[in-house]
Design a protein around this ligand. Structure first.
Ligand SMILES: Cc1cc2nc3c(=O)[nH]c(=O)nc-3n(C[C@H](O)[C@H](O)[C@H](O)COP(=O)(O)OP(=O)(O)OC[C@H]3O[C@@H](n4cnc5c(N)ncnc54)[C@H](O)[C@@H]3O)c2cc1C
Length: 95
């Protein structure tokens, strides 16, 4: 039995999904948003206790994105004109 099967059995979950996305980093969030847009059922699994684990727990607080905001937006969530060009780590989680 795989870990995934075991997890669903233990937690008595019965989900019908077409796609399983592993990891809730920026990529997992982006992919899930796109799948939702096309009404493709998906479930996103994360091994840590939060989403965006790398950014939330493994980076220093004064970190800013290294790329300008135009290159760093999530699908369907463009940054506003009033957003700073280089977003701070903290502002990433408040948008
Ligand atoms: C200092 C720094 C500055 C950066 N600046 C920028 C920038 O300015 N602009 C930009 O676009 N990018 C930047 N990046 C890069 C960006 O952070 C990464 O490209 C991005 O986080 C990659 O996203 P990801 O979802 O692929 O991986 P990650 O963010 O690493 O997410 C992977 C997730 O999968 C989970 N996971 C792994 N294995 C499993 C498993 N077996 N089961 C369940 N969950 C699992 C992990 O816990 C994690 O939450 C920067 C990175 C760093 C370190």
């Amino acid at each position: 039995m795989t870990n995934l099967q075991s997890y669903f059995q233990t937690n008595m979950l019965l989900l019908e999904v077409e796609v399983v996305v592993v990891g809730v980093g920026t990529l997992g969030i982006a992919i899930s948003a796109c799948l939702n847009k096309f009404n493709i059922k998906n479930v996103v699994l994360e091994k840590e206790d939060c989403c965006a684990y790398l950014w939330k727990k493994k980076t220093y607080d004064r970190l800013n994105l290294h790329l300008a905001k135009g290159f760093c937006s999530l699908p369907f969530m463009p940054h506003t004109t009033s957003t700073l060009k280089y977003l701070s780590k903290m502002s990433l989680f408040n948008t």
